[in-house]
Design a protein around this ligand. Structure first.
Ligand code: DP6
Length: 336
């Protein structure tokens, strides 16, 4: 068998993608920090065959990953027509523990999409823009995965102020003050269990949601405000928009029908501590949430020492097994 391998990072949305249309078209634009440490490495082995697939996570065959991979290959059939005449072995591993509650879909799907693009290139098939096509393919596997192929930030979904922005792929975004290019993200692992409601299900509940249309309009506005704040290095404005986006995401979950809550009591404890610490010390430390209980603590690199001390003394106690992951803004995937 021949092989190709990529390491692709996770990302954390600042403006949240929540709600989509068929197939994998976002209901609103989103923008994210590309992470660095949290990543998936995927080695894709391939040979002429009849579409047989085997998936291994950390060297152990993991058939539970098959449905997502099969649906990825079906949806990307016109991008990778050669896949039907090949057998594949997907060997994948994450830099973070599987049980950490950190979603591996964005990093996993983008790593796989990049491997498929490398095969396409090796076969000499025509490619206009390697990373744009990889982003498009990643999106078909997992919407947020479209944003993992570029650093330091990536924007997905048409937005009036981002030139070239598109619903089918993400674009790299660099028009931000330098402080945001080295921003830190310490991920507090509040709850390590499997999510009770999957993102796919959650997105679906935005169809017919009573606040959907105003939420989608708000995301456009918030993205405009965020772009200005990031260009102006206005940390306070940045923090206010990012925190509001996180709480709005969870507000949408709580007002869906059926309704659900993914935050845990310790998620709220941590948020309150961050607010109190910020108020008392005026340090620029903010939070965001993904579709789970974990808290992403965001702050400039220049404040690393003081914020890490705060995390260790005040926040760590609210984490499962006192655990957190230190990450920061990164530059995107690398070919292995
Ligand atoms: C809350 O990209 O995981 O993290 O497209 O169904 O795979 P699918 O959903 P997914 O949703 C991510 C939702 C989010 C917000 C975000 O990353 O923008």
């Amino acid at each position: 068998m021949k092989e190709t391998a990529w390491k692709s990072p996770s990302n954390i949305a600042l403006i949240k993608y929540w709600g989509k249309y068929d197939v994998q078209i976002p209901a609103n634009p989103s923008i994210s920090f590309t992470l660095s440490t949290a990543a998936t490495s995927t080695r894709l082995k391939y040979a002429k065959g009849k579409g047989a697939i085997k998936v291994f996570l950390n060297d152990t065959e993991t058939p539970s990953f098959m449905p997502k991979i099969q649906s990825f290959l079906e949806r990307t059939d016109n991008l990778f027509p050669f896949a039907q005449e090949m057998d594949f072995e997907v060997h994948t591993s994450n830099s973070f523990p599987h049980s950490s509650g950190i979603a591996s879909s964005a990093s996993g799907m983008s790593a796989l999409a990049l491997c498929m693009m490398s095969i396409k290139k090796d076969l000499g098939l025509s490619i206009d823009d390697f990373f744009q096509e990889a982003s498009n393919a990643s999106r078909l596997g997992s919407g947020s995965g479209s944003r993992s192929v570029y650093g330091p930030l990536a924007a997905w979904g048409k937005h009036a102020e981002i030139e070239g922005s598109h619903d089918e792929f993400a674009v790299p975004f660099v028009d931000v003050a330098d402080v945001f290019k080295t921003f830190q993200d310490t991920i507090l692992l509040i709850d390590k269990g499997e999510k009770t409601v999957s993102s796919s299900l959650g997105h679906g509940l935005m169809t017919g949601h009573p606040y959907a249309s105003s939420r989608f309009a708000q995301a456009h506005e918030n993205q405009s405000k965020l772009l200005t704040a990031m260009l102006d290095a206005d940390l306070e404005r940045f923090g206010a928009i990012v925190e509001s986006e996180a709480l709005t995401l969870h507000g949408m979950m709580m007002t869906s029908m059926p309704y659900f809550i993914l935050m845990k009591p310790n998620t709220l404890e941590v948020i309150n501590r961050i607010w109190a610490f910020r108020e008392a010390t005026k340090n620029p430390v903010y939070f965001t949430l993904d579709a789970g209980a974990n808290v992403h603590v965001l702050y400039p690199e220049s404040h690393k020492e003081v914020i890490m001390r705060f995390i260790d003394t005040e926040l760590r106690t609210f984490c499962k097994d006192s655990s957190y992951l230190c990450d920061h803004v990164g530059s995107g995937p690398i070919q292995l």
